[in-house]
Design a protein around this ligand. Structure first.
Ligand SMILES: Nc1ncnc2c1ncn2[C@@H]1O[C@H](COP(=O)(O)OP(=O)(O)OP(=O)(O)O)[C@@H](O)[C@H]1O
Ligand SMILES: [Mg+2]
Length: 356
């Protein structure tokens, strides 16, 4: 049975649906990332689950028990839900120990103290137990906030961009620690982010959200390699798009033919692929590589510009046949001069064909 189940949540603001029939379910010990662009309704969804915002229709269930919807509405503090937001404000006048102990109501003094010590040890901050928040760095405060949120053993943890205030290096470490801790506690985690990297790194399942709707759910690998639509591709990376028309279940382009099974004749399609999948070849006296069944036909372009990005190089090509720009990324240093002719091929298994 899922720890958290959300069915058909709907919430409108000024007549506009901001959460539009959202359904989700999360098992204990599982992390689902609600991923989507700014304003798509992620925080509103989280707030409804937490009980600080009301849905118009739809239900929220905790371990199969209705906690909200259908006339029921358990107050936030009785939902057994832990919250962690970007602005996680610790209580400045309480010590680290008292901050972490804040949500602990049951148990003896000794038991509560033991729990506080256990958690501070887990986030590697036991030495700060008697310090005050202002004596800690931002990252340390964040870990205290995490310990505080986890202390009462929430069955569900809702996190809204909890790592966005941290610098990159710190963030990776804290993300991993957070995950370990939450998995050890067997909580169901719903983490909101607009950063694909964060979702890929943390999620067991990604729920891709757009304009109030969940457009795709799946493991990070699935969402990345089998995106539901063009926007789902471009949410995770830069993309190239070429247009074509389908005839006999094939879309014919300067790069050869692409399979478009089940697409009716005459349909305009977009063939979408990522820059890292473009294959680059040198020009051999005006000729490129020979066609292959797997990669189709090569097409020629001139280097428009090359940029070194650190772990990879980005090269843009102005294509001979239609003057359009295509992007390719190559690991390491590769910076051909502008104007240099090169040949591009597009491996078929890395392409997505969507109706335009
Ligand atoms: N109380 C409110 N009254 C009116 N409109 C609201 C209210 N709360 C949210 N909205 C609107 O609902 C939409 C979704 O807001 P929400 O905060 O859920 O987005 P989000 O996905 O969390 O975005 P971000 O990534 O920027 O945090 C926005 O257009 C926002 O302006
Ligand atoms: Mg938000």
């Amino acid at each position: 049975m899922p720890r958290l189940e959300v069915r058909n949540l709907v919430r409108r603001f000024n007549g506009r649906p901001v959460v539009d029939h959202v359904s989700l379910s999360i098992q204990p010990g599982q992390v689902t990332c609600l991923l989507g662009p700014s304003g798509c309704g992620k925080s509103t969804t989280l707030r409804i689950i937490a009980g600080v915002e009301r849905q118009e229709t739809g239900e929220v269930l905790l371990d199969g028990k209705l906690i909200s919807g259908d006339g029921r509405d358990l107050p936030p503090e009785r939902r057994g839900i832990g919250l962690m937001f970007q602005d996680f404000a610790l209580f400045p006048h309480l010590s680290v120990a008292d901050n972490v102990a804040f949500g602990l109501r049951s148990g003896s003094r000794e038991e509560r103290r033991a729990r506080v010590e256990e958690l501070l040890h887990r986030v590697d901050l036991l030495r700060f137990i008697d310090s005050y928040p202002h004596e800690l760095s931002g990252g340390e405060q964040q870990r205290v906030a995490l310990a505080r949120a986890i202390a009462p053993r929430p069955r569900i943890m809702l996190m809204d961009e909890p790592f966005s205030g941290l610098d990159n290096r710190l963030r990776d470490g804290i993300r991993d620690e957070t995950l370990d801790l939450l998995k050890a506690e067997d909580a169901a985690v719903l983490l909101v982010t607009h950063e694909p990297d964060e979702a890929m790194r943390m999620a067991d399942e990604i729920a891709l959200m757009r304009q109030g709707r969940i457009v795709q759910r799946g493991a990070p690998y699935t969402v990345y390699t089998r995106p539901a639509d063009r926007a789902a591709v471009s949410f995770f990376s830069d993309t190239n798009v070429i247009r074509a028309e389908v005839n006999g279940a094939l879309a014919t382009t300067v790069f050869g033919r692409f399979l478009a099974p089940g697409v009716p004749d005459g349909t305009a399609v977009e063939i979408v692929f990522r820059p890292q999948h473009v294959r680059i070849d040198f020009d051999r006296n005006g000729r490129g590589p020979l066609p292959t069944p797997r990669d189709g036909v090569a097409a020629r372009g001139l280097v428009e510009r090359s940029r070194f990005m650190g772990h990879e190089s980005l090269v843009e090509f102005r294509m001979d046949h239609d003057g359009m720009l295509l992007k390719a990324t190559v690991p390491g240093v590769f910076m051909p001069k502008p104007g240099k002719p090169m040949w591009l091929t597009i491996p078929r298994e890395k392409c997505f064909v969507f109706p335009a």
